[in-house]
Design a protein around this ligand. Structure first.
Ligand SMILES: Cc1cc2nc3c(=O)[nH]c(=O)nc-3n(C[C@H](O)[C@H](O)[C@H](O)COP(=O)(O)OP(=O)(O)OC[C@H]3O[C@@H](n4cnc5c(N)ncnc54)[C@H](O)[C@@H]3O)c2cc1C
Length: 432
């Protein structure tokens, strides 16, 4: 098999990039496994961060880079739905509860929104109580500033959005193989690449002129990169609780917006940073309200492939994580009486730049990467994929901030103090 460009990973970034590459006329092959079923044992490469039913969408960004990525993508979601014929976006609004300790940051975020024509309302705690009587306000030290977006904000269904992007990529001529890449190496002086992969237990190789690695948070662990060329990306547990909502509570709670709490104060496990999704219908027909947390110390770094696989396949959050999430649910939705509660375990990646990596690796034009969603890459994924396609095609960079801000970094030789890596477990954790 051969292709001009092989995209490794059919997730949020890979599917968007494949669409843009194919539309530009490239001969594209996407290799990526199906998402594992909830109970099935699966290899590590099959676990992606998009295997769920809801990811928060907003245009309000923690900084200009993310705000621009997110706004550009969010503005395109309705067109993407229309073009693909696949619905995946629910415009229920998005609320950020910003601790008053980050007032300067909040002001700057609002200034950026104003400049970009993104409508964000400042809503007092009293007004929030009136408009959303089911929403409890977290006891963040000093109180919170409520920032509410009503338009182009809410949540997207990441599984369905990936399906939509892949359908559009296929319509433009891209091919998709359900399988995993196990090794990538240079073919020799030709400058081409050889990818070893397997699909349904059958091994095969592909020759490609160019490779775009879009294999998500566990990029260093699944054979998606050539040996010795690991990226400076750290993977963390992302614990969630899914709280089943019955018909009686559904109508009331469905009017909630998505909620993010930014608590800049507490550096320990009592930090109240968290995110909440209103009830969403899961494939088994059940409605679940979902809650997850920021990067408190009880979020754990996944240091090895074995640790990562055990976390992803067990789907059981720790006792401490569950306790925090239950308490936080009682705080944010005090009236909720869940019919059942189950946990979901996923993985997020962090880059030291806090930006996604979009670019050639070590200046090698044949090998590019697009990874580093930093826990909130879904909403900006269409623009991130578009930029990755631009890089692979060697086209002019057309983003208002320079490509250097997205430059991939290789894994540092040293870790720990003095390695230059930020401590991701120190608040504020940004807007997840
Ligand atoms: C619980 C949770 C909540 C989140 N909430 C939000 C949110 O509210 N809003 C938001 O914007 N973002 C959110 N995110 C982040 C968002 O989902 C990710 O940033 C986004 O999915 C990143 O896209 P990606 O393409 O890098 O990775 P993925 O979507 O994970 O895709 C990577 C793909 O590569 C595949 N792969 C891996 N190795 C190989 C290999 N060797 N060969 C072939 N394929 C391979 C994987 O199977 C996967 O399908 C959340 C993430 C999690 C886990």
């Amino acid at each position: 098999m051969r292709a001009d460009v092989v995209v490794v990973g059919a997730g949020m970034f890979g599917s968007a990039a494949a669409k843009y590459l194919a539309r530009a006329g490239a001969d594209v092959l996407v290799i990526g496994p199906e998402s594992p079923g909830r109970d099935a044992a699966a290899p590590l490469a099959a676990y992606g961060a998009h295997s769920d039913e809801a990811r928060i969408v907003r245009r309000l960004g923690w900084d200009r880079l993310w705000g621009t990525l997110d706004a550009r993508s969010a503005d395109r979601l309705p067109a993407l739905e229309a073009e693909s014929g696949i619905d995946f976006f629910t415009e229920c609004g998005a609320l950020a509860l910003m601790g008053k300790g980050v007032r300067d940051r909040t002001r700057e975020m609002l200034r950026l929104c104003d400049a970009a024509d993104v409508a964000v309302e400042e809503v007092s705690e009293a007004a929030l109580r009136r408009e959303f009587p089911d929403l409890g306000l977290p006891p963040v030290v000093g109180g919170t500033d409520g920032l509410l977006e009503r338009r182009s904000a809410g949540y997207l269904n990441p599984r369905r959005m990936v399906r939509a992007q892949l359908a559009l990529a296929a319509r433009a001529g891209a091919r998709l193989v359900r399988g995993a890449v196990t090794a990538v190496r240079e073919a020799g002086p030709s400058g081409a690449w050889i990818l070893h992969a397997e699909s349904d237990g059958t091994e095969f190789t592909v020759e490609a002129e160019k490779v775009l690695v879009a294999s998500g948070a566990l990029v260093n662990r699944t054979g998606a990169l050539p040996a010795g060329r690991e990226l400076d990306v750290q993977a963390y547990t992302e614990p969630n609780l899914l709280l089943e909502v019955d018909e009686g509570q559904l109508e009331r709670l469905r009017s909630l917006p998505t909620v993010v709490v930014v608590d800049p104060e507490d550096a320990g496990n009592d930090n109240l940073s968290a995110y909440l999704l209103p009830p969403v219908r899961y494939p088994d027909g059940t409605w679940y309200l979902r809650i997850g947390r920021g990067m408190q110390p009880l979020v754990r770094e996944l240091r090895t492939a074995a640790e990562s696989l055990s976390w992803c396949s067990a789907q059981t959050v720790t006792r401490e994580q569950a306790l925090f999430l239950r308490n936080m649910t009682r705080t944010l939705v005090p009236s909720l009486e869940p019919v059942s509660v189950r946990s979901a375990c996923c993985v997020v990646d962090k880059t030291p730049t806090r930006s996604p990596y979009i670019g050639a690796l070590d200046g090698d034009e044949g090998l590019s990467v697009v990874v580093g969603g930093n826990g909130h890459g879904a909403r900006g994924s269409d623009e991130i994929g578009r930029l990755a396609a631009t890089v692979v095609l060697g086209e002019a960079w057309d983003f208002p901030l320079p490509p250097e801000l997205f430059a991939p970094r290789r894994e540092p030789r040293t870790t720990g103090p003095g390695s230059g890596r930020p401590d991701y477990l120190t608040p504020p954790f940004g807007l997840c």
